[in-house]
Ligand binder design. Structure first.
Ligand code: SF4
Length: 261
């Protein structure tokens, strides 16, 4: 079965999903969109009113600002994969409930496995919590972390900048670091695919647990308390951010090679 066929099956299951109560109040489920060979995946929180009507992620004002942010990173929307933690809109745009996130978890995990991106950018605190639990977005935004051959970067949700104007420039600054990070991720993937000897391996985090913070099994140290983005960039504007790192397991490389990268 091709990746496209797998994705089509996944999207059909999402559109017909009845696993949580949001199925009763949604207009359209929003599975996600983008090329399955995308190098960068953006994970937001949940569909809003416009997304619920159109069945597409990040449309409307927040989507327009995401387009602006992507442009600042030299990326086109058509070349990245975009989805949400929840595939259906919570009524009144309330916060997702833990039970809803649990019910929807497998869909997102399947998308991550299918796309197998080099970089995952979390947008907002609910998607950040999947990979960086117990962290505060104001302290860790823009600080990438590497594990299992993939880079993860927590960022603010674009909608936050619509309500707090001071976040607009913060988000633009964070997005401008993505090209350097993507170049590093590409180089590392190329090195590994060329047969470079990877250093000793640590196990990849399980999607179910997801934590990249302080999980002894992940081999990733917690984000240093008080290490602000500004402190990490004291080499000047545009300098690549410091990256916390663990080593890539063989499985991650094999999966990426199967995806043609
Ligand atoms: S939010 Fe997720 S689990 Fe709940 S009905 Fe929609 S697709 Fe299913």
């Amino acid at each position: 079965m091709s990746a496209e066929e797998i994705a089509a099956g996944l999207y059909a299951r999402v559109r017909g999903c009845q696993l949580c109560a949001l199925a009763k109040t949604r207009t359209l489920a929003v599975p996600g969109e983008g090329p399955l060979a995308a190098e960068v995946m953006f994970i937001g929180e949940a569909p809003g009113a416009n997304e619920d009507k159109l069945g597409r992620p990040f449309v409307g004002a927040a989507g327009n600002f995401l387009g602006e942010l992507l442009a600042a990173a030299g990326l086109g929307r058509e070349e990245v994969y975009i989805c949400n933690v929840l595939k259906c809109r919570p009524p009144g745009n309330r916060d997702p409930l833990p039970a809803e996130i649990d019910a929807c978890r497998d869909y997102l995990d399947e998308q991550i496995d299918l796309v197998d991106p080099l970089v995952i950018v979390t947008l907002g605190r609910f998607s950040m919590a999947k990979f960086f639990p117990n962290q505060v977005i104001s302290r860790v935004h823009g600080q990438p972390r590497e594990t299992a051959g993939r880079f993860y970067v927590p960022m603010y949700h674009p909608a936050a900048a619509l309500h707090q104007g001071n976040l607009r420039e913060v988000m633009l600054t964070d997005f401008r670091t993505l090209p350097a990070l993507l170049a590093r991720a590409r180089g590392q993937a190329g090195l590994l695919q060329a047969g470079g000897a990877p250093p000793p391996r640590a196990p990849a985090p399980a999607h179910g647990a997801d934590s990249l913070n302080g999980d002894p099994a992940s081999g990733v140290a917690p984000i240093a308390a008080g290490a602000t983005l500004e402190q990490q960039r004291n080499d000047g504007a545009g300098a690549p951010p410091t990256i916390e790192k663990t080593d890539a397991p063989a499985g991650a490389l094999a999966h990426r090679q199967n995806n043609g990268r």
